[in-house]
Design a protein around this ligand. Structure first.
Ligand code: HEM
Ligand code: HEM
Length: 186
């Protein structure tokens, strides 16, 4: 398997980014949920600081991933897939990009509006996006939370679809995104 995507297989870069971001997003959702439930205090501040640093990392990785995707077309979907399924698959993929690029920005806006700086693991700080604004901070929190639910629903749908392709349809859709699964020809 090469670095770039081919007609039949996702390359190393796409697969590496896909699974690295999957693990980071799983950790991110846990950190966010724990942090949001903690009472105001040191523990909440530390948990959410880690959440913000990790979230900005996901943002940077998603920008790199989007750039890579734009110059590396995805392998063709199996010929037997119908129009509706194809459109649904593509729509879910682009929605996942949109969500993982929007969520960090909304989180960043919410933090700035709450007058809390966003740093990257204490190494450097990001500029504030907006001035302190308690109303906007509340709105951003609610939107961030709503998007998190949307993301989890979409990822569940996406993962179930991938498993359906592998176990029920028996095509190569899962195999071409998983480094250790031998590619099957359809
Ligand atoms: C893809 C990246 C991200 C995901 C998946 C994510 C997910 C979440 C989740 C699931 C929660 C818990 C929501 C709740 O239960 O109310 C949360 C809370 C939070 N997130 Fe994120 N987040 C991301 C990025 C960011 C970034 C980059 C920032 C800031 C720079 C941020 C700031 C916050 C804050 C401040 C909270 C606590 C909100 C509250 O007090 O209700 N998030 N996030
Ligand atoms: C945070 C969770 C996830 C996100 C954000 C995500 C996102 C994406 C995106 C955007 C693509 C399109 C290819 C690309 O541009 O990279 C893709 C493809 C794929 N994903 Fe995921 N994914 C996630 C989790 C999963 C899980 C848990 C599975 C398996 C159970 C999975 C299986 C696949 C497969 C098989 C493809 C290839 C589909 C095709 O060939 O058209 N993904 N994923």
């Amino acid at each position: 398997m090469g670095l770039r995507n081919t007609d039949e297989q996702y390359g190393w870069v796409t697969q590496g980014l896909h699974w690295a971001i999957f693990v980071l997003v799983a950790v991110q959702v846990v950190l966010g949920t724990i942090g949001a439930d903690l009472p105001v205090g040191m523990e909440r501040l530390i948990t959410l600081a880690r959440h913000k640093s990790l979230g900005m990392t996901i943002f940077a990785l998603m920008l790199a991933r989007l750039a890579w995707r734009l110059v590396n077309p995805a392998p063709a979907l199996p010929a037997e897939m119908g129009q509706v399924e194809r459109r649904a698959a593509r729509a879910v993929h682009w929605l996942l990009y949109a969500l993982l690029l929007t969520m960090p920005v909304v989180g960043w806006v919410g933090s700035s509006a709450s007058n809390l700086t966003v740093s990257w693991f204490g190494l450097f700080t990001f500029p504030d996006l907006v001035n302190t604004d308690p109303g906007l901070a509340q709105l951003a929190k609610a939107v961030h939370r709503g998007l998190a639910w949307g993301l989890m629903a979409l990822v569940t749908l996406h993962a179930l679809a991938a498993l359906r392709h592998h176990f029920l349809l028996g095509d190569n859709v899962l195999a071409r995104m998983v480094p250790w699964l031998p590619g099957r020809r359809t």
